[in-house]
Design a protein around this ligand. Sequence first.
Ligand SMILES: Nc1nc2c(ncn2[C@@H]2O[C@H](COP(=O)(O)OP(=O)(O)OP(=O)(O)O)[C@@H](O)[C@H]2O)c(=O)[nH]1
Ligand SMILES: [Mg+2]
Length: 195
Amino acid sequence: MFINWGLGELNLKIVYYGPALSGKTANLQYIYANTPANLRSEMVSLKTQQDRTLLFDFLQLEMGKVKDLKPKFKLYTVPGQVYYAASRRLILQGVDGVVFVADSQAGRKVDNVESWFTMEQHLIEMRYDITTFPIIVQFNKRDIPHSLPIAQMRQQFGFEESRRCFEASALRGDGVFETLKTAMTQVVAQVQQKI
Ligand SMILES: Nc1nc2c(ncn2[C@@H]2O[C@H](COP(=O)(O)OP(=O)(O)OP(=O)(O)O)[C@@H](O)[C@H]2O)c(=O)[nH]1
Ligand SMILES: [Mg+2]
Protein backbone atom coordinates (compact mmCIF):
# COMPACT_ATOMS: atom_id res chain seq x y z
CA MET A 1 0.00 0.00 0.00
CA PHE A 2 1.20 3.47 -0.85
CA ILE A 3 -0.79 6.66 -0.28
CA ASN A 4 -0.16 9.76 -2.34
CA TRP A 5 -1.94 12.33 -0.14
CA GLY A 6 -1.27 15.12 -2.64
CA LEU A 7 -3.18 13.35 -5.37
CA GLY A 8 -5.58 11.61 -2.97
CA GLU A 9 -4.55 8.23 -4.35
CA LEU A 10 -4.40 4.89 -2.60
CA ASN A 11 -2.14 2.46 -4.46
CA LEU A 12 -2.92 -1.19 -3.85
CA LYS A 13 -1.06 -4.16 -5.23
CA ILE A 14 -2.64 -7.50 -6.10
CA VAL A 15 -0.40 -10.28 -7.42
CA TYR A 16 -1.64 -13.26 -9.45
CA TYR A 17 0.59 -16.12 -8.34
CA GLY A 18 0.63 -19.81 -9.30
CA PRO A 19 2.42 -22.54 -11.24
CA ALA A 20 3.48 -22.26 -14.88
CA LEU A 21 0.66 -22.15 -17.44
CA SER A 22 -2.11 -22.09 -14.81
CA GLY A 23 -3.75 -19.07 -16.48
CA LYS A 24 -2.49 -16.03 -14.56
CA THR A 25 -1.89 -13.99 -17.70
CA ALA A 26 -5.21 -15.20 -19.12
CA ASN A 27 -6.99 -13.71 -16.06
CA LEU A 28 -5.44 -10.29 -16.66
CA GLN A 29 -6.16 -10.47 -20.39
CA TYR A 30 -9.83 -11.15 -19.72
CA ILE A 31 -10.04 -8.35 -17.17
CA TYR A 32 -8.33 -5.96 -19.61
CA ALA A 33 -10.64 -6.90 -22.48
CA ASN A 34 -13.78 -6.51 -20.36
CA THR A 35 -13.12 -3.33 -18.39
CA PRO A 36 -14.13 0.06 -19.83
CA ALA A 37 -11.07 1.93 -21.10
CA ASN A 38 -11.65 4.89 -18.74
CA LEU A 39 -11.23 2.60 -15.72
CA ARG A 40 -8.08 0.80 -16.77
CA SER A 41 -4.55 1.36 -18.01
CA GLU A 42 -3.00 -0.34 -20.99
CA MET A 43 -1.75 -3.82 -20.21
CA VAL A 44 2.00 -4.31 -20.12
CA SER A 45 3.29 -7.83 -20.73
CA LEU A 46 6.95 -8.71 -20.56
CA LYS A 47 6.93 -12.09 -22.23
CA THR A 48 8.93 -14.60 -24.25
CA GLN A 49 8.34 -15.32 -27.94
CA GLN A 50 6.22 -18.29 -26.83
CA ASP A 51 3.93 -15.96 -24.83
CA ARG A 52 5.21 -17.13 -21.47
CA THR A 53 5.55 -14.47 -18.83
CA LEU A 54 9.18 -13.43 -18.56
CA LEU A 55 8.99 -10.92 -15.74
CA PHE A 56 5.37 -9.84 -15.18
CA ASP A 57 2.12 -8.58 -16.66
CA PHE A 58 0.74 -5.32 -15.34
CA LEU A 59 -2.71 -3.73 -15.45
CA GLN A 60 -4.04 -0.87 -13.35
CA LEU A 61 -7.71 -0.41 -12.46
CA GLU A 62 -9.31 2.64 -10.86
CA MET A 63 -12.56 2.12 -9.04
CA GLY A 64 -14.49 2.96 -5.90
CA LYS A 65 -13.51 5.15 -2.98
CA VAL A 66 -11.80 4.43 0.31
CA LYS A 67 -12.09 7.18 2.94
CA ASP A 68 -11.99 9.99 0.35
CA LEU A 69 -9.04 8.36 -1.41
CA LYS A 70 -9.15 7.05 -4.97
CA PRO A 71 -7.95 3.43 -5.02
CA LYS A 72 -5.68 2.36 -7.86
CA PHE A 73 -5.43 -1.40 -8.02
CA LYS A 74 -2.17 -2.49 -9.57
CA LEU A 75 -2.54 -6.04 -10.82
CA TYR A 76 0.58 -8.08 -11.52
CA THR A 77 1.22 -11.66 -12.59
CA VAL A 78 4.37 -13.56 -11.73
CA PRO A 79 6.22 -15.80 -14.21
CA GLY A 80 5.26 -19.36 -13.25
CA GLN A 81 8.19 -21.28 -14.73
CA VAL A 82 10.27 -22.79 -11.93
CA TYR A 83 13.55 -21.01 -12.72
CA TYR A 84 12.04 -17.54 -12.24
CA ALA A 85 11.86 -17.83 -8.44
CA ALA A 86 13.85 -14.64 -7.86
CA SER A 87 11.45 -12.67 -10.08
CA ARG A 88 8.43 -14.06 -8.25
CA ARG A 89 9.88 -12.96 -4.94
CA LEU A 90 10.64 -9.50 -6.32
CA ILE A 91 7.14 -9.03 -7.70
CA LEU A 92 5.61 -10.01 -4.35
CA GLN A 93 7.36 -7.07 -2.62
CA GLY A 94 4.80 -4.71 -1.14
CA VAL A 95 1.86 -6.91 -2.11
CA ASP A 96 -1.53 -6.21 -0.47
CA GLY A 97 -3.30 -9.36 -1.64
CA VAL A 98 -2.63 -12.49 -3.68
CA VAL A 99 -4.83 -14.35 -6.14
CA PHE A 100 -3.51 -17.89 -6.29
CA VAL A 101 -4.34 -19.43 -9.68
CA ALA A 102 -4.26 -23.24 -9.51
CA ASP A 103 -4.49 -25.50 -12.57
CA SER A 104 -7.38 -27.97 -12.29
CA GLN A 105 -5.81 -30.65 -14.46
CA ALA A 106 -4.98 -33.82 -12.54
CA GLY A 107 -1.35 -33.87 -13.71
CA ARG A 108 -0.62 -30.46 -12.18
CA LYS A 109 -1.11 -31.44 -8.56
CA VAL A 110 2.58 -31.35 -7.58
CA ASP A 111 3.14 -28.04 -9.40
CA ASN A 112 0.14 -26.48 -7.68
CA VAL A 113 1.22 -27.54 -4.23
CA GLU A 114 4.88 -26.59 -4.72
CA SER A 115 3.87 -23.17 -5.95
CA TRP A 116 1.52 -22.68 -2.99
CA PHE A 117 4.22 -23.51 -0.46
CA THR A 118 6.87 -21.32 -2.05
CA MET A 119 4.35 -18.46 -2.10
CA GLU A 120 3.69 -18.95 1.61
CA GLN A 121 7.42 -19.12 2.25
CA HIS A 122 8.06 -15.85 0.38
CA LEU A 123 5.26 -14.11 2.28
CA ILE A 124 6.53 -15.36 5.63
CA GLU A 125 10.06 -14.17 4.77
CA MET A 126 8.56 -10.77 3.98
CA ARG A 127 6.99 -10.75 7.46
CA TYR A 128 3.38 -11.07 6.38
CA ASP A 129 1.01 -12.83 8.75
CA ILE A 130 -0.36 -15.49 6.39
CA THR A 131 -3.21 -16.31 8.76
CA THR A 132 -4.82 -12.94 8.05
CA PHE A 133 -3.24 -11.83 4.75
CA PRO A 134 -5.74 -11.88 1.83
CA ILE A 135 -5.04 -14.93 -0.37
CA ILE A 136 -7.86 -15.68 -2.80
CA VAL A 137 -7.77 -19.12 -4.38
CA GLN A 138 -8.94 -19.73 -7.92
CA PHE A 139 -9.27 -23.21 -9.43
CA ASN A 140 -8.79 -22.38 -13.09
CA LYS A 141 -9.35 -24.35 -16.32
CA ARG A 142 -12.63 -25.82 -15.09
CA ASP A 143 -13.73 -25.97 -18.76
CA ILE A 144 -11.24 -28.75 -19.49
CA PRO A 145 -12.98 -32.13 -19.45
CA HIS A 146 -11.95 -34.42 -16.60
CA SER A 147 -10.52 -31.61 -14.50
CA LEU A 148 -10.13 -32.68 -10.88
CA PRO A 149 -13.23 -32.58 -8.67
CA ILE A 150 -13.28 -29.59 -6.33
CA ALA A 151 -13.02 -31.79 -3.23
CA GLN A 152 -9.76 -33.25 -4.55
CA MET A 153 -8.44 -29.82 -5.47
CA ARG A 154 -9.05 -28.65 -1.91
CA GLN A 155 -7.45 -31.77 -0.54
CA GLN A 156 -4.23 -31.12 -2.54
CA PHE A 157 -3.67 -27.99 -0.52
CA GLY A 158 -5.15 -29.26 2.73
CA PHE A 159 -7.61 -26.35 2.88
CA GLU A 160 -9.95 -26.00 5.81
CA GLU A 161 -13.67 -26.13 5.07
CA SER A 162 -14.04 -22.46 5.80
CA ARG A 163 -11.77 -21.40 2.93
CA ARG A 164 -13.74 -20.19 -0.06
CA CYS A 165 -12.30 -21.12 -3.47
CA PHE A 166 -13.40 -19.80 -6.86
CA GLU A 167 -13.94 -21.98 -9.90
CA ALA A 168 -12.92 -20.33 -13.14
CA SER A 169 -12.19 -20.59 -16.79
CA ALA A 170 -9.98 -17.64 -17.56
CA LEU A 171 -10.23 -18.56 -21.23
CA ARG A 172 -14.00 -18.09 -21.26
CA GLY A 173 -14.04 -15.56 -18.45
CA ASP A 174 -16.11 -17.61 -16.00
CA GLY A 175 -15.26 -16.70 -12.42
CA VAL A 176 -12.59 -14.14 -13.36
CA PHE A 177 -14.41 -11.06 -12.08
CA GLU A 178 -15.81 -12.90 -9.03
CA THR A 179 -12.23 -13.74 -8.05
CA LEU A 180 -11.02 -10.19 -8.70
CA LYS A 181 -13.90 -8.53 -6.83
CA THR A 182 -13.29 -10.69 -3.79
CA ALA A 183 -9.59 -9.87 -3.88
CA MET A 184 -10.33 -6.15 -4.11
CA THR A 185 -12.88 -6.28 -1.29
CA GLN A 186 -10.56 -8.19 1.02
CA VAL A 187 -7.60 -5.94 0.24
CA VAL A 188 -9.64 -2.80 0.89
CA ALA A 189 -11.00 -4.25 4.15
CA GLN A 190 -7.43 -4.91 5.32
CA VAL A 191 -5.97 -1.51 4.43
CA GLN A 192 -8.95 0.32 5.90
CA GLN A 193 -7.81 -0.89 9.30
CA LYS A 194 -4.43 0.75 8.72
CA ILE A 195 -5.40 4.21 7.42
N1 LIG B 1 -8.82 -24.48 -21.49
C1 LIG B 1 -8.31 -23.47 -20.80
N2 LIG B 1 -7.11 -22.97 -21.13
C2 LIG B 1 -6.64 -21.94 -20.40
C3 LIG B 1 -7.35 -21.37 -19.32
N3 LIG B 1 -6.62 -20.35 -18.80
C4 LIG B 1 -5.50 -20.30 -19.54
N4 LIG B 1 -5.49 -21.24 -20.50
C5 LIG B 1 -4.47 -21.52 -21.51
O1 LIG B 1 -3.30 -22.01 -20.85
C6 LIG B 1 -2.12 -21.50 -21.46
C7 LIG B 1 -1.30 -20.73 -20.42
O2 LIG B 1 -2.04 -19.60 -20.00
P1 LIG B 1 -1.31 -18.31 -19.39
O3 LIG B 1 -2.35 -17.37 -18.94
O4 LIG B 1 -0.27 -17.82 -20.32
O5 LIG B 1 -0.60 -19.00 -18.14
P2 LIG B 1 0.37 -18.31 -17.08
O6 LIG B 1 -0.06 -18.82 -15.74
O7 LIG B 1 0.41 -16.85 -17.25
O8 LIG B 1 1.78 -18.99 -17.49
P3 LIG B 1 3.28 -18.42 -17.12
O9 LIG B 1 3.34 -17.02 -17.56
O10 LIG B 1 4.23 -19.29 -17.84
O11 LIG B 1 3.43 -18.58 -15.64
C8 LIG B 1 -2.58 -20.62 -22.62
O12 LIG B 1 -2.55 -21.40 -23.78
C9 LIG B 1 -4.01 -20.25 -22.23
O13 LIG B 1 -4.82 -20.00 -23.35
C10 LIG B 1 -8.64 -21.93 -18.99
O14 LIG B 1 -9.34 -21.53 -18.08
N5 LIG B 1 -9.04 -22.97 -19.77
MG1 LIG C 1 1.89 -15.56 -17.57
